[in-house]
Design a protein around this ligand. Structure first.
Ligand code: ZN
Length: 70
């Protein structure tokens, strides 16, 4: 059974709203572009928090190891 997809020209789907769009676009509209940017900003903030807390735990572990070894 032939795939129905092959009838469509090359396209991809918007990562925000999943609408079909031209392959050269990364997002379908300004609205999606904005919500994507907002999402990325939140993600970046979250990542920074994650690395900061990971770093803090690492420093505490080193301190505990050093103090325990003395
Ligand atoms: Zn979209």
């Amino acid at each position: 059974m032939p795939s129905r997809e092959s009838k469509f020209p090359p396209h991809k789907h918007c990562p925000v709203c999943a609408k079909a769009m031209a392959e050269n676009l990364s997002l379908c509209s300004d609205k999606c572009n904005q919500s994507y940017t907002n999402r990325m900003k939140r993600q970046k903030k979250f990542n920074r928090l994650y690395y900061i807390s990971f770093g803090a735990i690492f420093v505490i572990m080193i301190a505990v190891l050093l103090l325990g070894g003395l």
